[in-house]
Design a protein around this ligand. Structure first.
Ligand SMILES: [Zn+2]
Length: 204
């Protein structure tokens, strides 16, 4: 996988679920894949843009990564493992296939880790589950992605889970359009690119 120092922007967050957005930190999974989060800095920038870290947590995570390179490396390795797990699981779902046990054990490990990291507390809307306050900020993105992944698995929007039609892209998203006709991760990027290619093929 080719590392790319991508400049993340909010338009890159198209999945409609943080688990899909983590999978989408790789562009072109099936064809010349590019890793758009090859470093801790890139991963944390993605985490902030995608909303799995707030501004204060992002600062804490940056500080932690700067003072403890070993913790930063561990966070990146965890992210890589979770990303691959989700890619395989969600890929099976999208294809309408049951995932194999080799794909289920890692997500079960993450589910257990999430369960141990949460506590019941009284929030703005009454009783709620929240991540414990004392967790290292570097661990928050993957735990939140795990929560989003479990929500997706509990209620799989099977017919709405889609992969961008562009061969070079492959980003995944939940199709929230009324008639479920969305084909591209982003019409402005892959949709137009595809139209331009078709146009060239027809008239060039
Ligand atoms: Zn696309």
């Amino acid at each position: 996988m080719r590392p790319v120092d991508h400049r993340w922007k909010s338009a890159d967050i198209v999945g409609g679920n943080a688990a899909l957005d983590l999978i989408n930190t790789v562009s072109g999974w099936n064809h010349d894949p590019e890793d758009w989060a090859p470093s801790v800095a890139g991963f944390l920038t993605w985490a902030r843009i995608s909303g799995v870290l707030d501004a204060k947590e992002k600062k804490q995570a940056d500080r932690l990564a700067a003072t403890s390179p070993a913790a930063a490396e561990r966070a990146l390795a965890s992210m890589n493992e979770l990303r691959l797990t989700l890619r395989r699981l969600v890929g099976s779902l999208e294809q309408g296939q049951d995932p194999g046990s080799e794909d289920l054990s890692p997500i079960n490990r993450w589910a257990r880790r999430l369960a141990l990291s949460r506590e019941v507390k009284v929030g703005r809307n009454g009783i709620e589950f929240a991540l414990k306050q004392d967790l290292p900020a570097l661990e928050l993105p993957c735990l939140r992605v795990t929560a989003a992944a479990l929500a997706l698995l509990e209620n799989p929007p099977a017919t709405r889970l889609k992969r961008c039609r562009s061969r070079d892209c492959g980003w995944m998203f939940v199709d929230g359009s009324k008639n479920r006709s969305r084909r591209w991760c982003d019409m402005a990027v892959c949709g137009n690119l595809s139209k331009a290619k078709r146009f060239r093929a027809r008239y060039a």
